[in-house]
Ligand binder design. Structure first.
Ligand code: SF4
Length: 466
């Protein structure tokens, strides 16, 4: 049942998680084909916000061509006696949930990465204007966050206007992120959890600490704190830190308990500062994904908008699919770019000394946070296009991982003299690994797979991916 009688499509939580495939879409807004897009919330003085006003700058949905892909900016301006700029990130992230409540409308990602689709059926039912979407968003905000006294919403499809506002949006995101830098996990007794992405990834629980930003890169520890205080029953909640179980790996009893409860028992242990064994779960809207490269014993990292294949031959979409859905996959890890600026970034695995390949765009963004002595030793797509090229680059630059290879080669050859079979190294490990064969679904738990050769082929039947 729809919440609103005057809206031509249904609105409700049951539509959260609905995917709109390319063949079913009326239009796409933002997404990987569009260079500049954004959504941003701003807290304004009372007299600068007209409550309930919805504006459209540029063509409305009904003016867009069926099947087309268009840029979009969404500006949410809120006012209230109790509101301050510290709540902007929280208000902004609610858009993800609210827009996904709309039947036949899909919202993915966040900030400058937004990707939306309107389905043909919903367009035909009458969802043909941003005015309607604005009304829905307005009512949901006012129903759920009473702290917002006035709210106005602007949808922008005009390319020039988007280009004008885009740098301001980026500056606001950076200011928010910078605020959270400097505070340490050890200095607080409460972390925050978010389950907003459970509609797409049922066992996913984001654990947000000062030194581990949320996967989407949209919720800092301060945002978590603000959200839990104004809406404690909402998707973002406090996690008492509990006892420190393992300082190096970042294991806390409070996190384990919260993850177990909120994932319905699916996830029982989370290690914050490592990509191995019990890594943080990966939802689907993470900004980047880390992938272990066994041939060099290092990590590659790739961001969502990277075009083409990474150094191991696989694009972002395939790597993302291999870890998304709320799973914990050994060596694979969805994360935010801001986490790469943290001093706890894969601290248990060697931190930046373990990173061997990062796209140039990401490297530029986080360059100031990479230790000076390693920054030029990490390859980009310009330095290495495949594993052989990567190995050569790392050797030539004397990347710290190379010293580890020498140690391992020595110990492996020593072992081989004693026992030839013992030299095998697993090419893949996974806490749960589903396999479909002959009509059966087989799930291997704590699997380690050994192979003399690995062939990776693109699955052409799944041409369209995230
Ligand atoms: S990625 Fe994490 S913090 Fe961001 S919306 Fe999803 S669950 Fe919440």
């Amino acid at each position: 049942m729809s919440m609103f009688k005057d809206i031509p499509v249904e609105v409700g939580v049951i539509y959260e998680g609905e995917r709109i495939r390319r063949n079913d879409m009326y239009v796409e807004l933002g997404g990987p084909q569009v260079d500049k897009k954004f959504e941003i919330a701003q807290v304004k003085p009372m007299d600068q916000v007209e409550d309930g006003k919805v504006s459209i700058i540029g063509p409305d949905i009904k003016d867009l061509k069926e099947g087309g892909i268009y840029p979009l900016g969404i500006l949410i301006e809120a006012a209230g006696a109790q509101l301050d700029a510290g709540l902007e990130g929280v208000i902004e992230r609610r858009l993800h949930g609210y827009l996904n409540f709309v039947e036949g409308f899909m919202h993915l990602n966040q900030r400058y990465d937004i990707w939306m689709r309107l389905g043909k059926k919903s367009f035909q039912k009458g969802l043909n204007s941003f005015e309607i979407l604005g009304k829905v968003i307005y009512r949901l905000f006012k129903n759920e966050l009473s702290i917002i006294e006035k709210l106005q919403i602007t949808f922008i499809t005009d390319t020039a206007k988007i280009a004008e506002l885009y740098p301001q949006a980026l500056a606001s995101y950076e200011a928010r992120d910078a605020k959270a830098r400097g505070l340490k996990d050890s200095e607080v007794d409460t972390f925050y959890g978010c389950v907003l992405c459970q509609s797409f990834a049922p066992s996913h629980v984001c654990v947000i600490t000062p030194q581990r930003y949320s996967n989407c890169g949209a919720i800092s520890w301060f945002d978590g704190k603000a959200s839990a205080s104004i809406d404690p029953k909402g998707p973002i909640f406090a996690i008492p830190r509990g006892d420190m179980i393992n300082e190096e790996k970042g294991e806390f009893s409070g996190i384990n308990e919260a993850a177990k409860k909120r994932s319905m028992g699916e996830v029982t242990k989370v290690w914050l500062y490592t990509a191995f064994d019990h890594p943080h779960t990966s939802c689907g809207c993470f900004e980047a994904v880390t992938f272990y490269i066994p041939e060099v014993d290092g990590f590659g990292i790739v961001q969502r908008n990277f075009k083409g294949a990474t150094v191991n031959g696989l694009p972002f979409s395939t790597l993302a699919d291999s870890t998304a859905g709320g799973r914990q996959i050994d060596g694979f890890h969805g994360m935010s770019l801001e986490y790469m600026r943290s001093s706890k970034f894969f601290a248990a695995d060697g931190g930046w000394n373990r990173v061997v390949w990062v796209p140039k765009e990401v490297k530029e963004k986080v360059k100031d946070f990479i230790p000076k002595d390693i920054v030029d030793k990490i390859a980009t797509e310009e330095d290495a296009k495949d594993i052989d090229g990567l190995r050569e680059f790392l050797k030539a630059k004397n990347h710290p991982i190379v010293a580890k290879w020498v140690t391992e080669e020595v110990s492996t050859s020593a072992t081989t003299e004693d026992d030839g079979a013992a030299a095998a190294v697993p090419v893949m490990t996974a806490s749960t690994l589903p396999i479909s064969a002959g009509g059966f679904r087989i799930i291997l738990t704590d699997a380690k797979i050994y192979a003399s050769k690995v062939v990776i082929k693109k699955d052409e039947s799944k041409a369209e991916k995230r």
